[in-house]
Design a protein around this ligand. Structure first.
Ligand code: ARG
Length: 459
């Protein structure tokens, strides 16, 4: 009836809808180059083990090279009848080279084959993502450098809290992305182990050399248990969790960009090429890109939930459930890659507006803590100092001025410890300069952090 690799056992063809329902070729064909790479390594190992002849190996290599070229040129005709990428490639190979093609699957199953393909595909994606994270960090560092002295209000509860620099604020995101990059490298260690050799679930009777295959494919090690090797997708879950965190970090930054670009705030402008207009309101310029990033973070977190739920309750070893690992994983990578790319470019196109930032600092009593610290350094216990400054802020508020605008005499009515030198700490610049320690917002500390990150990225 049909020509499926496994149809010998069956007495009627698979129902049309079932064929569509169970096939994965529409989406797993994107792993084709890795499927071929894995097959070539497997064939080379079989040859070394004396299981596959030199002639067969040469024929397999020749056939696979042609197939890869056809796939790259878009000439490969993918067949739903052949279910998935693995059987499409294998069938084409056999059409081309005959029996040698039929010998390729010796000592192998699609179960260890697919697990190998996903790991090779994901390893390459992680390496791309690592490069893109570094690129985004570089554009944040450039922005931080231009604004190492630019005063902006730091917020808690979205209320003006203390002055920080815009550079310091950008560096907070560089830190988050540094941890994201570390997480990616850590996941990569566990992705980079070879499942091949596990065969269907129990290993194989041929004298295989798994370490040789691992070496050919650049894996650090082999998976040590055949049942585990074909059945767990924890590495994909881990990756999607790490990807979710990157998206969540960018979602937070997006929220800030959107807020800062609101005319009510007016701290920044985003280049036109990242915004769109309104079909009805002629005046509108909307921050669509950050809004979509914020939205797409939900999509990636959704994939994390999908994958972790997919794994739940699966008995050992392989189950077809695992075919559902690919679309969430692929879409996570696609979404993350596009987001990182567009974000690096968008951050280069940000215009920072120092004036509105500075005036927001001045309107928010942002140096009240500095006044409290000043009094403490003159001998007042901090809790008393807090109270004194709170009264001064209340007074300034009734006058509609900043505490820096109060006269020395007025300030002295709150505490006799106040001297002329108080004004040096009450300005935003004075406030920044005093936070001069590792992790602080003083401009020289911001510059030191930028240098540290640049050295790290260069190294
Ligand atoms: N397309 C399948 C997947 O993605 C390949 C493995 C199929 N193995 C099997 N025994 N049906 O998981």
């Amino acid at each position: 009836h049909d020509s499926k690799a496994w149809s010998g056992r069956f007495s009627e063809p698979v129902a049309e809808l079932v064929k569509k329902y169970t096939a994965s070729v529409t989406f797993d064909q994107r792993m084709a180059a890795f499927d071929i790479e894995g097959s070539l390594a497997h064939a080379a190992m079989l040859n070394k083990a004396g299981v596959l002849s030199d002639e067969d190996l040469a024929a397999i290599r020749g056939g696979m090279a042609e197939i890869l070229e056809d796939i790259r040129a878009g000439r490969f005709d993918w067949s739903l009848d052949l279910e998935d990428v693995h059987m499409n490639v294998e069938k084409r190979l056999t059409d081309k080279i005959g029996d040698a093609g039929k010998r390729l699957h010796t000592g192998r199953s699609r179960n260890d084959q697919v697990a190998t393909d996903i790991r090779l595909w994901l390893r390459s994606a992680i390496d791309d993502i690592a490069g893109l994270i570094a690129e985004l960090q570089t554009s944040l560092l450039d922005l931080a450098e231009q604004h190492a002295d630019t005063v902006m209000p730091g917020f808690t509860h979205l209320q003006v809290a203390q002055p920080v620099t815009f550079g310091h604020h950008m560096l907070a995101y560089v830190e988050m992305l540094t941890r994201d990059a570390e997480r990616m490298q850590d996941v990569r260690k566990r992705v980079n182990r070879l499942p091949l050799g596990a065969a269907a679930l129990a290993g194989t009777t041929y004298p295989i050399d798994r370490h040789y295959t691992a070496q050919l494919l650049g894996f650090d090690d082999v998976c040590q248990n055949s049942l585990d090797a074909v059945s767990d997708r924890d590495f994909a879950i881990e990756f999607t969790a790490a990807a979710s965190l990157v998206m969540i970090h960018l979602s937070r930054l997006s929220e800030e960009l959107i807020m800062w670009m609101s005319p009510r705030v007016g701290f920044i402008d985003i280049a036109d090429r990242f915004c769109t207009g309104s079909s009805i309101m002629p005046q509108k310029k909307n921050p669509d890109v950050p809004e979509l990033v914020r939205g797409k973070s939900g999509r990636v977190v959704g994939h994390l939930i999908a994958l972790i739920t997919l794994m739940k309750s699966q008995p050992l070893a392989y189950n077809k459930d695992n075919q559902e690992d690919k679309e969430p994983l692929f879409d996570t990578v696609d979404t993350l890659v596009d987001t990182l790319r567009i974000y690096a470019d968008m951050m280069r196109g940000i215009t920072v507006k120092p004036e509105p930032m500075r005036s927001a600092v001045l309107q928010g009593f942002a140096t009240a803590t500095d006044l409290a610290d000043y009094l403490v350094k003159k001998g007042l216990p901090f809790r008393d100092s807090h109270e004194v400054v709170a009264l001064a802020v209340r007074h300034a508020e009734t006058q509609g001025v900043d505490i820096a605008d109060l006269s020395i005499d007025t300030l002295r009515t709150f505490s006799p410890l106040v001297d002329e030198d108080v004004f040096a700490v009450l300005t935003p610049e004075g406030s920044l300069a005093q936070r001069d320690h590792v992790g602080g917002t003083a401009p020289n500390q911001v510059r030191a952090q930028i240098a540290r990150h640049r050295a790290r990225l260069a190294g």
